[in-house]
Design a protein around this ligand. Structure first.
Ligand code: GLU
Length: 294
């Protein structure tokens, strides 16, 4: 089935974890929400392991995530897509972008770059390309707007919120933004449902979709789970891995966090089946982050 045909048949969703550690409660929330949204619309739901960076990620973390999803009844469609096996496709996309002059070499160090990159290397003739350089994507739009299914209209302005960004790092590794977009196109993803911590990536990805002449998916960002100290639960902040021994309780906690009320069920499958029937995005609080207790 080619991409267009897949898109025409309806909803295609995905969960796309980076295997930097075992699955924690925050990632389970994103997995369950994207799963329920897909299934409630008779859509398909795919699992993509974003293992692009061997310095931060491990096969054991990927296996833990896969096992936990299975134990929590989150069954995906088709084969798992591993980004580490897709490097040729990212290279092809870079070729396609260079061809249309969307990329430029950048020799700035991380220290020299601000949160929103100023475009310092954009018009610099970098004569010696044998020196370490990254490749940056040039955002040509001065403004981008999308309709988020939970947050409504979101708008970003060049220089204030979106700077040219790296698609290939100095060490030769492909960067997250490009790989995500290439794979979302490849898998025919129609709907992205993910944590609001990724909102700032959305305009960058939308700009890439446009440059690759593809429609971008619909977006829905959901609140991230905050620890009691107000920080996002993350593997980097050593969030505790979820325990498979309490899978039913874990799913209940997720449904509670997503404000999906009174879901009955004694097993994960029963809970998920019932939650699919009553799934309602509008019940999710319109917040970028919240702690489980509020
Ligand atoms: N791999 C990313 C992460 O684990 C998520 C990518 C996405 O959902 O677009 O944070």
């Amino acid at each position: 089935m080619d991409i267009l045909t897949k898109r025409e048949t309806g909803y295609v969703g995905r969960f796309a974890p980076s295997p930097t550690g075992p699955l924690h409660f925050g990632s389970l929330v994103a997995a369950v929400a994207s799963y329920l949204d897909a299934r409630s619309q008779q859509g398909s739901w795919h699992l993509r392991i974003e293992d692009l960076d061997p310095t931060r990620e491990s096969a054991s973390a990927a296996n833990n995530i896969i096992q936990q999803l299975e134990l929590h009844g989150l069954n995906w469609d088709g084969d798992i897509l591993y980004q580490s096996e897709r490097l040729d496709s990212y290279e092809q996309a870079r070729d396609q972008l260079t061809l249309h002059e969307h990329l430029y070499p950048c020799i700035c160090t991380r220290k020299e770059t601000d949160r929103v990159y100023s475009g310092r290397c954009l018009n610099k003739a970098i004569g010696d390309l044998s020196q370490p350089h990254s490749l940056r994507f040039h955002i040509s739009e001065s403004e981008l707007t999308i309709q988020d299914r939970l947050f409504g209209q979101l708008q970003w302005t060049k220089h204030r919120d979106m700077g040219d960004f790296i698609v290939r790092r100095k060490d030769g590794l492909d960067a997250y933004q490009l790989a995500v977009v290439v794979d979302d196109i490849h898998q025919g993803i129609t709907d992205i449902l993910r944590g609001a911590d990724l909102i700032h990536s959305t305009p960058l990805q939308v700009s890439l979709f446009k440059a690759l002449r593809e429609p971008h998916p619909r977006y829905c960002h959901i609140p991230v789970v905050l620890a009691t100290d107000g920080r996002k639960l993350s593997k980097q902040a050593f969030a505790e891995p979820i325990s498979s021994g309490t899978a039913v309780e874990n799913i209940r906690r997720v449904l509670n966090f997503l404000n999906q009320k009174n879901i009955q069920g004694k097993s994960v499958n029963e809970l998920l089946r019932n939650a699919t029937i009553t799934w309602n995005i509008d019940r999710i609080p319109k917040l970028r982050g919240r702690s489980e207790k509020t």
